[in-house]
Design a protein around this ligand. Structure first.
Ligand code: GDP
Ligand code: MG
Length: 442
């Protein structure tokens, strides 16, 4: 599955200290393959990979997350973006009734959705009317009546034997019926075909013109793969749609359809249908779907926790310091590192990732040795050097490298990272309105 492929990709990033452009390219290439295998449409994959690369290259060095976690975070956020970000709610008409038309292939789940949606709306105090404008199959009207009965809402359908076989007329008449019977929402169920055909599209268009809908919801089976794009395009062009409903999300849908449809139609996914029962229905949540595609609920939670723990701890301390007008020193820098450390070994966090359990010890060592190095360097400095690193000339740096068992390059690297952190702290204190960015009192 897509989730398995992605976790395999992230596993490869585990031991990296820093992401190079080559790492990013290689990772992007594999994610691209994983998406294509999950039946995500090519234009969607291209856009996704483009954004991913841009963001990974420009990623700020996060002190709370390691490179693998940073990439997971970016992929997760980009998945949410592709799925529609915040999502959108139903649009209601200014004057009742609000008309919602359902469109999609046969078997997509329209009639089931009609029942679910009407029940959901009724629970919110609306008075929906279901309209049987699928007169194609003999049993379609009956199916809607059964569903309506379960949902406890009225169904408008031609009388059996009345000879009315015209779905456009039924749809048109239903608006008057709704007004007469004080219904504020009309949900029009329509016929579908197994494949896209012009006759079906024309009928859907005629129904649309007859009822002037506020929403045309395109219902699509989340289990379909590459066909999703073609079908979505056909309905977008043939009928015009305002929103999408993903059905059968309870199956082992690979997520490809969900990712493609939103991008291809440009319309939001409004609802998710997750079973045969009327209650198996919810607003569509892009963030939940993204987590599901990523298949890393635990890891995502840990990433969030790591960021939060770091933020709170550091914010409190630094705010106090900055308010006191003190400069951020190498001692503070060391404190920060210790705070990161206190969140628990990063190896543990990474160990939650599938397939990484056996790498745990090696990872812990890697992290520890890096951490120990930095600590040793700072401890090898005199107090004067720690509070004023500007005096660290070549010979002092060589002495420190010698004393802490590292190379001069390691010392330089640490001092550069510290200079960046110090700059950031200065800006922060400036934003807090402190004169001169804070000066250490002697
Ligand atoms: P329509 O032809 O578009 O009206 O599709 P239907 O509403 O008749 O649904 C076709 C079949 O899919 C029926 O057997 C439904 O019970 C089933 N179905 C619809 N929605 C879902 C869903 O979200 N999950 C599952 N598992 N089955 C569904
Ligand atoms: Mg139906």
């Amino acid at each position: 599955t897509l989730s398995d492929r992605l976790s395999g990709i992230f596993t490869k990033l585990r031991g990296k200290g820093k992401l190079t452009d080559a790492d990013i390219d290689a990772t992007a290439r594999e994610i691209r393959l994983a998406l294509l295998e999950a039946d995500v449409a090519l234009p969607v994959v291209k856009a996704f990979i483009f954004n991913l690369k841009e963001r990974a290259r420009g990623a700020e060095v996060s002190q709370a997350l390691n490179p693998a976690q940073q990439i997971i975070k970016i992929v997760h956020e980009e998945l949410i973006n592709v799925l529609g970000g915040e999502g959108r709610r139903l649009q209601f008409a200014k004057t009742a009734p609000t008309v919602i038309m359902l469109a999609g292939l046969q078997g997509a789940g329209k009639t089931t959705l009609a029942g679910k949606l009407s029940k959901w709306l009724k629970a919110q105090g609306h008075q929906p009317l279901l309209v049987a404008a699928d007169l194609q199959r003999p049993n379609a009207v009956n199916q809607l009546q059964v569903v309506g009965g379960r949902a406890g809402v009225d169904v408008y359908a031609p009388e059996p034997g009345s000879g009315i076989g015209d779905p456009v007329k039924v749809a048109k008449d239903s608006i008057d019926v709704a007004k007469r019977t004080a219904k504020d929402i009309v949900i029009v169920d329509t016929a579908g075909r197994l494949g896209i055909d012009e006759e079906m599209m024309k009928q859907a268009r005629d129904i649309r013109d007859a009822v002037d809908p506020d929403e045309v919801l395109f219902v699509i089976d989340a289990m379909v793969g590459q066909d999703a794009v073609q079908t979505a395009e056909a309905f977008r062009d043939g009928v015009g749609i305002t929103g999408v409903v993903l059905s059968k999300l309870d199956g082992d849908a690979r997520g490809g359809a969900a990712l493609s449809v939103r991008h291809v139609t440009g319309e939001p996914i409004l609802f998710a249908s997750t079973g045969e029962k009327l209650e198996d229905f919810d607003l569509f949540h892009p963030d939940r779907m993204a987590s599901r595609i990523l298949g890393m609920g635990d890891v995502l939670t840990l990433i969030e926790q790591a960021e939060q723990a770091f933020d709170e701890d550091q914010k409190e301390k630094m705010t106090g310091k900055l308010l006191a007008g003190e400069t951020f020193t190498l001692e503070d820098f060391l404190d920060q590192l210790i705070a990161v450390r206190r969140m628990g070994p990063i190896a543990n966090i990474l160990g939650m990732m599938p397939g990484m359990g056996q790498m745990k010890d090696q990872l812990a060592e890697l992290d520890d040795s890096h951490f120990d190095k930095v600590t040793a360097i700072i401890r090898s400095m005199t107090p004067g050097e720690r509070s004023n690193p500007k005096i660290l000339n070549g010979s002092r740096r060589a002495r420190i490298a010698n004393g802490s068992g590292v190379t001069v390059m390691d010392v330089n690297q640490l001092l550069n990272r510290f200079a960046d952190a110090q700059k950031m702290m200065k800006q922060m204190s400036g934003m807090m309105g402190l004169p001169g960015g804070g000066r250490r009192k002697a």
